[in-house]
Design a protein around this ligand. Structure first.
Ligand SMILES: [Zn+2]
Length: 62
């Protein structure tokens, strides 16, 4: 029996190991290494399955 106060995941882009407070499916976080937005696809035994979120950067220039 363990009470996890953090969960872990691996960035699918840069493979950085991430340790974050418990999250639920559908939440997003930003990878501190590559700054990509990652969405939690699944949580199992304190391990997050993360998927990159396509972020469309709007060009506000002319
Ligand atoms: Zn990353």
């Amino acid at each position: 029996m363990s009470t996890a106060t953090t969960v872990t995941g691996v960035c699918p882009e840069c493979e950085t190991d991430l340790t974050v407070p418990p999250m639920v499916t559908g939440e997003t976080l930003a990878c501190p290494e590559c700054m990509l937005t990652l969405r939690v696809e699944d949580v199992r035994d304190g391990v997050l399955s993360l998927e990159m979120v396509e972020v469309t950067l709007r060009d506000w220039g002319q």
